[in-house]
Design a protein around this ligand. Structure first.
Ligand SMILES: NC(=O)c1ccc[n+]([C@@H]2O[C@H](COP(=O)([O-])OP(=O)(O)OC[C@H]3O[C@@H](n4cnc5c(N)ncnc54)[C@H](OP(=O)(O)O)[C@@H]3O)[C@@H](O)[C@H]2O)c1
Length: 243
């Protein structure tokens, strides 16, 4: 068994995921860099190692059952267990996403990655998480999935653009997070959703206003919760996000 805390971050080759890997690596953790593209994964692992991170590459396409199974096997061979899984990989889905104009295939594709992908990877990794003394799962969500904020209630105005695939995929992910928290309530596994804020990445054509490092902070916070920390909650840097 590896003495270091072991984390796996999906979609860690760029953007917020890369910075989550860097942030957890800076804590001295061993970090699996989950990425579907060989070249992008190798480049990220090399960059993280150059920065002193104990990083290892994990080939992982979250839409592929066999890939998730192989990623779990690789993580087991490398570390024997998993302490923290960060489900970060996601897609925006492109345009149009007005409800009246959307191609149903856009919705299927986004849900396959942003929701089913999280379930697929989580379930593949759960046997390894159950071997940890302090297991945790962090689902990277978005406040655009908050129905409260979408509807402009609670003294908040509607958030994000109209996007009938992406925004509801995060609402769905939040609901899935709660379902896991309920099923796992008798275990030591904490599972929470986090929103990174509006971050300049490929996902939004770099229109976001925060840096990927700032966006990664909430994931690092949720990955390092104490054993008696919250579960089944949705957080951003400023605190709890309404569902
Ligand atoms: N940026 C924001 O303002 C913002 C706001 C709220 C929430 N978020 C959330 O934060 C997370 C990270 O987003 P980001 O802004 O960093 O986006 P990004 O720069 O586009 O990075 C997305 C990552 O997900 C990976 N990915 C996509 N589909 C995948 C698949 N099928 N299998 C494996 N990896 C896959 C991408 O890999 P490739 O390089 O191979 O495509 C990439 O590494 C997402 O969950 C996003 O919804 C972002």
């Amino acid at each position: 068994m590896n003495e270091r805390t072991i984390a796996l971050v999906t979609g860690a080759n760029k953007g917020i995921g890369y910075e989550i890997a860097a942030g957890l690596g800076a804590l001295g953790w061993s970090v699996g860099v989950g990425a579907r593209d060989d070249l992008r994964r190798k480049a990220a692992v090399e960059k993280l190692r150059a920065a002193g991170v104990d990083a290892f590459g994990v080939p992982l396409d979250v839409t592929d059952d066999a890939s998730a199974t192989a990623a779990a096997r690789l993580t087991e061979d490398r570390a024997g267990r998993l302490d923290v899984l960060v489900n970060n990989a996601a897609i925006a889905g492109g345009a149009p996403q007005e409800p009246t104009r959307v191609d149903p295939d856009t919705i299927r594709t986004v849900v396959e990655t942003n929701v089913i992908g999280v379930i697929r990877v989580t379930n593949a990794m759960l046997p390894l998480l159950r071997r940890s003394a302090s297991p945790g799962i962090v689902n990277m969500s978005s406040s655009v999935g908050s129905l409260t904020r979408q509807s402009g209630t609670a003294a908040e105005s509607a958030t994000g653009p109209v996007a009938v695939a992406y925004a509801p995929s995060k609402t769905f992910l939040n609901a899935v997070t709660l379902q896991y928290a309920r099923e796992l309530s008798g275990t030591n596994i904490l599972i929470n959703a986090g929103c990174p804020g509006y971050v300049a990445t490929d996902l939004n054509g770099f229109r976001g206003v925060r840096t990927p490092e700032q966006g990664a902070a909430i994931a690092v916070t949720l990955a390092t919760l104490p054993d008696d920390g919250p579960t089944g909650r949705f957080f951003e840097d400023a605190g709890v996000v309404p569902w």
